[in-house]
Design a protein around this ligand. Sequence first.
Ligand code: FAD
Length: 647
Amino acid sequence: MGSSKTIVWFRRDLRIEDNPALAAAARDGCVFPVFIWCPKEEEQFYPGRVSRWWLKESLVHLGQSLKSLGAELVLIKTHSTVAALLDCIETIGATRVVFNRLYDPISLVRDHNIKEELVELGISVQSYNGDLLYEPWEIYDERGHAFTTFEAYWDKCLHMQMEPVSHLPPWRLVPAAGTVMKSSVEELGLEDEAEKSSNSLLGRGWSPGWSNADKALTEFAEHHLIDYVDCRLKVGTSTSLLSPYLHFGELSVRKVFQCVQLKQLLWAKEENNLKGKESVTLFLKSIGLREYSRYLCFNFPFTHERSLLSNLKYFPWNDNQVCFKAWRQGRTGYPLVDAGMRELWATGWIHNRIRVIVSSFAVKVLLLPWRWGMKYFWDTLLDADLESDILGWQYISGSLPDGHELERLDSPEIQGSRFDPEGEYVRQWLPELARMPTEWIHHPWDATIAVLKAAGVELGINYPKPIIDLDLARERLMEAIFKMWELEAAARTSNTNGTNEVVVDNTDDSENLAIPKVVLKEKVTCPTNSSNDQRVPTNQYSQNNPAYRKRSKYMEDERPQPDKLHNDDNVVGTSRKDEDLSSTAESSSAKKQATSRCSFSVPQYCSSSEAKPMQECESSDLRQPWQAEIEMEQSSTKDGKQSHFIV
Ligand SMILES: Cc1cc2nc3c(=O)[nH]c(=O)nc-3n(C[C@H](O)[C@H](O)[C@H](O)COP(=O)(O)OP(=O)(O)OC[C@H]3O[C@@H](n4cnc5c(N)ncnc54)[C@H](O)[C@@H]3O)c2cc1C
């Protein structure tokens, strides 16, 4: 063991096992584990109530584990992370700071800047891969380009050599002496007094903390993995439920991967275990989707505020607060959608298929800006994870080459009969429909008065009528798409050489949930940079690269003339007061924020896998890729059109 004093900066790697930063620090001498909570730096992506509850519980758990190994986890609440780190460095006389990397657009920039600041002051800084199977800069195609479809990306990953779990938990930690201004876990303010009673219910269903994550993985691998292929097909059943653990880094993804692969090996010896094989492949693909979400955020930053493809740039969103509220409260009149939204509000978790159904409904039926939905999920999900959330919303909104097409609109009624055939899920979350016969449970509006009366359902009184007729919604969606094409064509005409694209999308004109502006500046190379160290996004693509434009269903000259776009009288177009930490999850109405035309700097893309200095440029959309379908299923929609699903 060496004699250095190292600060271990914990963030979303709240575990002891397979924690490379902690292992490196423990190997080299005294450690000073610290968790710094800086709400100001979280900006609009300040975590929601349930996510903060999880974090608080997990910090307590980690603190106890570190204590039993000999070191205390120091908790600090601050207005500046770098100032807090500098305070720790000075107090204990540390010469080194270590941490595990994060890849969301906010952390990428913040960590890079902090690192440079510390290095300039002569402090050694090292970062490690504690979150991924493969670093985003390790996976490129043969031309050195980032992959733009999940299948190709994942195929490449599966053929790569993977580092085995090599970081055994330290058996003892030597604490570095020093006293800093620390906070108790209560003082961090992760849980308001008013939130405590709601949060106490969460404790009945979930046990945060890295050793509980371990138990959850074992339980899943031993008893439920085999049925994973079926769980993906029925809402109301459980998948692994590992997402909150993975989000907070309580579980090493390498360990999950290896544990599941081991099962595959064991099952391979058993005859006729096709189901096990299918389940393992599908589950590993899910883990791959999480990897891919980080990959896209790294290679195509700004995806949290702009669609990857520019196809939604001119989409005439319906910025209707009344519709947004009905969707949030589960009062759309479509039972499967409402059940999902009620479950989300009550428990902070919903099945992937329900996430797809409710998010598609928001975007395609209600025409709500996808960024509103993304922010609401962020505010309410227990596993709220910026990269996965971005990925999910872009997938359903036609923004990815291998995602759903924008014009595809599935009927919640048909989805209900497929994924909740007995109506159990709807009955569980919509008690007002509990006595509805199965035949009508997913479309109560078609039931006779006598049936409704016998079930105690009064449409429009104790359960809403459909917020919009689905056929009308289809028409509106197509009108909106035509309008988008029209605006797109007009913009092309006024900018024929294509080099001077306007840096806005039309959601900037509507009520906008201000999303952090991230500015990457050209900087000097960090002296501590090594090939294993953190990289920052490099330039990949020209935003006008036609290779990544999703093919439209209609050829240009086949497009029908658009009718006048539907205008909702209820549109509320007030501008929003800019507020930090705003949440769309507030029960009555979303907090207001300033509407601003987004004008910000993003890195320009060129083709290279080598780290290159950042360039500042004005841009908006990064036309790009995304996530793949984990399973392509055929489902008939009402009008007989075939459709396929992610999940
Ligand atoms: C609109 C939308 C928003 C989403 N927002 C989030 C989010 O904020 N946080 C989040 O963790 N997941 C999100 N997902 C992905 C997915 O729904 C959840 O990861 C999954 O339902 C979590 O349940 P599980 O742990 O039982 O997953 P399992 O099915 O058991 O999968 C195992 C793990 O794989 C990962 N995974 C599975 N599916 C996906 C996926 N489609 N994308 C990325 N990772 C995946 C998760 O880490 C998950 O824990 C979103 C999906 C959609 C469609």
